[in-house]
Structures are given as C-alpha cells and as structure tokens.
Design a binder for this molecule. Structure first.
Ligand code: MN
Length: 164
C-alpha cells in the first residue's frame, strides 16, 4: 500500500495524464502543439436511433477542459436529418457544402447553404439535415455541460420534414 500523500499524488498524476491524452493543452511546462493527422479519426454512421436516412459523422476534435466544445463534420444524404433535440450548452453549425434544412420547434423550417452559420441556443428544440434532393455537410461545434452535449427527442416525421 502507498502512503496516503503518495497515493493522492499518483491520483492527480493519473488525472493529468487523462487530460493530456484527451488532446488538451494545459498551460505551463509540457504543453506542446499537437496535430491530429487526416485519416487518424474513423468515420462513424449516424445511429438510426437519432437520425433518419444516411448520415456520416466524422469526429474533428473532442471537448477538453480548456476548450469545452467538440467539433464534428456531419454529412447528410438527400432527405436525411437528425431527430428533434436540444443542446444543454448550445451549438453552432457551419454549412460546408450542399443545401440543408434546419427548424426550430414551432417555427418554419429554413434552408441553409454553404457559409451560413446557425446558432442553436441552449435548450432550444430543433433539427438539422439535408434538403430533400441535395446532400449537405456541416461542421457542428457543440458545447458540453456536465459531460453532456445533446438530449435526443422524437424523430422528425416525413410530414414534419415535407411541410416548409
Ligand atoms: Mn443540433
């Protein structure tokens, strides 16, 4: 058994190494620039539980202690969209290509195009996805609060998607 102060020190060191492995850049000695190389982060399928249609999610960066937002590139095939959801700390969407749609609960859907930047405030129910006949990719920059960045709700029905 370790004496208690040593045990505490080891625990702190373990936490620090966890933070470092999460690509964080703590101020002070030992901080170094890092490059996550193209091709080093695997693409994932948007799960059918939370998305309608074909959706690919490419992780870009994880949330860390110093910058508490994650980045993800999300590509929606024509007609594909997220379920209704909220973000506890909000989200920004930067449309990169194609033509997309987004809608806030109780308001009309809006078309979004490359260069558009959408702000989804904390707790505001919404969805985002592709236009009916055109794919869309956006960079999603999502804040984290208490380890959570999204709360999923019901799917966007075809009827909801088609009424604009
Ligand atoms: Mn969202």
């Amino acid at each position: 058994m370790c004496p208690r102060p040593l045990k505490a020190a080891l625990y702190v060191a373990a936490l620090q190494s966890m933070a470092a492995s999460a690509a964080d850049t703590a101020p002070g000695a030992g901080a170094a620039q890092q490059i996550a190389r193209a091709g080093s982060q695997a693409s994932a399928v948007g799960p059918a539980e939370y998305f309608t249609g074909r959706v690919r999610v490419d992780p870009v960066w994880p949330a860390t202690e110093t910058i508490n937002t994650s980045g993800g590139m999300v590509t929606f095939e024509p007609g594909a969209r997220s379920a209704w959801h909220t973000h506890p700390a909000g989200q920004r969407l930067v449309v990169m290509s194609g033509v997309g749609m987004t809608q806030e609960w109780g308001k009309p859907a809006q078309e979004i195009r490359p260069g558009d930047v959408v702000w989804c405030p904390p707790g505001v129910k919404h969805w985002h996805g592709a236009a009916p006949n055109t794919a869309m990719s956006h960079l999603a920059v999502t804040g984290t609060l208490n380890g959570k960045n999204v709360e999923w709700m019901e799917k966007v029905s075809d009827e909801q998607y088609q009424q604009k």
